[in-house]
Design a protein around this ligand. Sequence first.
Ligand SMILES: C[S@@+](CC[C@H](N)C(=O)[O-])C[C@H]1O[C@@H](n2cnc3c(N)ncnc32)[C@H](O)[C@@H]1O
Length: 281
Amino acid sequence: MKPDDFEYLARLLRRRSGIVLGQPRPAHIENRLAPVMRRFGFKDVGALVAELRHGRDALARAATEALTTNESSFFRDRAAFDLFRDRVLPAIVERRAGTKRLRLWCAACAAGQEAYSIAMMLDDLKLPQKGWSVDLIATDINSEMIARAEQGLYSHFEVQRGLPIRRLVDHFLQEGQNWRISEPLRRMVTFRPFNLLDSFGWLDDLDVVFCRNVLMYLDPKAKAGVLDKIAEVLVPDGYLLLGPVETPTGLSAAFAAVAGAPGLYSPRVDEGPALARVARR
Ligand SMILES: C[S@@+](CC[C@H](N)C(=O)[O-])C[C@H]1O[C@@H](n2cnc3c(N)ncnc32)[C@H](O)[C@@H]1O
């Protein structure tokens, strides 16, 4: 791949998703773009980039999506899910006992493993049976990942990574070599494609936001923008969960770390967005 073409792809990806491509790894990039080249009929990356330079939006979107890293697994970073079960859920369920309404967002859900892990933990509480309304929204920039998540079909390898056998038995049905998420769990999650660089105007009053293992790929300006927008859609006593190598420190003053809970943050109520939301309530 010509250095010029690499530079062009890196700029495109950064502009459209905030993702920093890092070190040029031509074989890796060509591999990722191979399905796009096949779909749009290009013989190599050079031909694809030449067409991108003409500004074809569908092609630019497909190339951007293909260059995302969609690595995920059920109950990834187990400690985060233990925190969610033991700290976040009890606190938020107690605080919402009056309204019996919970809203959660999984902000970069890849093929759905994280969203279904959250759904399994919510299902343990049987809230709808107790008259609660629970919204679990899951989004990702990659529309192919969202289609996969909606299908809820996982390989044997995927369910073996992190999913306790009890949960496999309770929430999946075997289909040949694969496992399909059960219909009740599937119905708990609303999936839709969404770019974190876009306006969060359609989201509000969220009690818990999972934004894990995505900020680590973004440039500092994009990270800061995403964090500030999350602060605007999170309720003042809500929670944000980030991945183990992610932190708002130095990027956004809108969040404070929850003591003794790595990766867990709450809005700073003396800061702009949360303060404005308290005033509106
Ligand atoms: C490594 S996966 C993490 C998945 C899951 N959150 C986890 O922790 O296992 C990162 C996901 O972020 C998505 N992503 C990257 N940039 C994004 C953006 N600008 N908007 C929305 N999703 C994005 C990718 O498509 C990918 O599926």
